[in-house]
Design a protein around this ligand. Structure first.
Ligand code: AMP
Length: 228
């Protein structure tokens, strides 16, 4: 889909935990042919593989705190150097602080590259809490389900790969409230950072997965609207 572009395309999905970034990034990844780079998934993979970084990051993830910028930026920039990111990437969950946004901008500018767009997924707080506390993930492929809104066909089994479903520790109610607080204090200011650069496209994330997806595809010029 992006093969005709001469320069790589970088698109950021901005939004609170539970806004639907992972679900929508997976759909866009399929349709744009760009890899989805989720900093949360990268950390969870390091923790599973018991790497040094995984050991350093674990306590932050368990507490719902942000991992320090130095570790996070190095991990994501390293990932962006990998071959599958040559056409660009969809960034999900990164950047999350102004420091990370500045580091990303600088690293891209050093290669004469830039962020193309920031899709800002807006969802009401009550909906975020409800989505996170009912969310179950596939241990194998990372697909996400919701007990009420998007239940798996078979109990505890992923529809896509038949893997086991589990609830993330940080989706438990005590940690959810803290993650949302962190989002609104540390990550929401990023919106202004990118708005000042004219990059933000607001998306009403309170709608169904299908409608949000359509809106995002439209925002990226992947769906044409014909006048009647
Ligand atoms: P997520 O899967 O995006 O909800 O992220 C899960 C957890 O990983 C977060 O609560 C943080 O502990 C950590 N994390 C993910 N992305 C970042 C980031 N950009 N900066 C710092 N910590 C992060």
């Amino acid at each position: 889909m992006v093969a005709y572009r001469k320069t790589p395309m970088y698109c950021i999905l901005l939004g609170a935990p539970g806004a639907g970034k992972g679900t929508q990034a997976a759909l866009l990844s399929r349709d744009l042919g760009l890899p989805r780079i989720s900093s949360g998934d990268l950390f969870r993979e390091h923790i599973r593989n018991q790497t040094d970084l995984g050991r350093q990051a674990k306590s932050y993830l368990d507490a719902g705190e942000l991992v320090p910028d130095s570790l996070t930026v190095a991990m994501v920039l390293r990932r962006l150097e990998e071959a599958d990111c040559a056409p660009g990437a969809l960034l999900d969950g990164f950047p999350r602080t102004l420091g990370q946004a500045e580091a990303l901008e600088k690293a891209l500018a050093e290669r004469a590259l830039r962020i193309d767009c920031v899709l800002n997924m807006r969802v009401h707080r009550e909906a975020l809490v409800e989505r996170l506390s009912g969310r179950w993930m596939c241990r194998q492929c990372g697909a996400s389900f919701h007990l009420k809104h998007h239940p798996p066909t078979k109990a505890n089994r992923c529809d896509d790969c038949q893997g086991d479903l589990y609830q993330r520790d940080d989706d438990r109610p005590e940690t959810v409230a803290h993650r949302l607080e962190i989002y609104f204090s540390q990550t929401a200011p990023l919106e202004m950072f990118y708005r000042q650069r004219g990059m933000v496209i607001d998306i009403d994330g309170d709608q169904s997965i299908e409608v949000v997806s359509l809106e995002m595809h439209r925002a990226l010029g992947l769906v044409h609207t014909f006048a009647a």
